[in-house]
Ligand binder design. Structure first.
Ligand code: C5P
Length: 237
């Protein structure tokens, strides 16, 4: 089995739901990197960390490093129960609220924070790499914005999920139970623009398969990507 699958895509492209279902189907670990950026944003906001200059940011990153190495900040990679634990408390439910969503792109744009999170993501992936003799699981699906190009350019399969803006806004509105689709579409557009400044994920590497799922249901998207994975596996035989 090819062990590392990267799925990138914008908000509302369906990447989390798709990646989770694929991870279950292929018995892989699952890593949602957006939740990692959201967790750091939650810590900054709830503990009022000041990141206004390089020195403060460096101090905060040093603290984060310690929290990660002392396992005070951990991630459960089971696709059926993905969660981020902060001092043993599941903080998942705090990560999707509007206050975090509004701030996360700014936090994700800070180079020192990105460097720290990318290194953490790479160390998690290395533990699940099939070719790594110390690995104890079969592989991992990692989803985010910069996975194929930055985090793990050597991924076995790279997918970019795309869908048109109206569809993405409609999906997000359903997920978050929001009635005002127009203002939601505006905030998605604002975040897209900020995120594209950080990493131009809309411009994929040559070995990325672009899947436009505007007219596909979740199950159709999963089946479509499963075909890509299966054909890759057959080629490896
Ligand atoms: O995927 P999700 O919408 O939860 O991601 C939240 C935010 O985290 C994104 O808007 C982006 O600013 C940041 N992010 C990132 N790189 C990733 C994943 C997410 O910068 N790989």
């Amino acid at each position: 089995m090819s062990s590392i699958i990267a799925i990138d895509g914008a908000s509302g492209s369906g990447k989390s739901s798709t990646a989770k279902l694929l991870a279950k189907k292929y018995h892989l670990a699952y890593l949602d990197t957006g939740s990692m950026y959201r967790a750091i944003t939650y810590i900054v906001k709830s503990e009022k960390h000041n990141l206004e200059n390089n020195k403060n940011t460096a101090n905060f990153c040093h603290l984060l490093d310690k929290l990660i190495s002392q396992r005070k900040l951990t991630i459960n990679l089971n696709p059926e129960n993905f969660k981020i634990l902060y001092f043993n408390k599941n903080i998942n439910n705090q990560l999707r609220n509007q206050n975090i969503t509004k701030l996360v792109s700014h936090i994700a744009s800070i180079p020192q924070i990105r460097a720290l999170l990318i290194a953490w993501q790479q160390s998690i992936i290395a533990k699940h790499n099939f070719t790594n003799q110390h690995s104890h699981t079969k592989g991992i699906i990692v989803e985010g914005r910069d996975i194929a190009k930055v985090v793990i350019p050597e991924a076995d399969i790279k997918i970019l999920l795309k869908s048109n803006e109206t569809t993405r806004a409609r999906r997000r509105a359903k997920e978050l139970n929001i009635k005002d689709i127009t203002s939601l579409a505006k905030s998605i557009d604002k975040r897209d623009k900020a995120d594209l400044q950080i990493n131009n994920f809309a411009n994929p590497s040559a070995d990325t398969v672009v899947v436009d799922n505007t007219d596909m249901s979740l199950n159709q998207t999963v089946d479509f990507i499963a075909k890509i994975i299966n054909s890759k596996l057959n080629n490896l035989k």
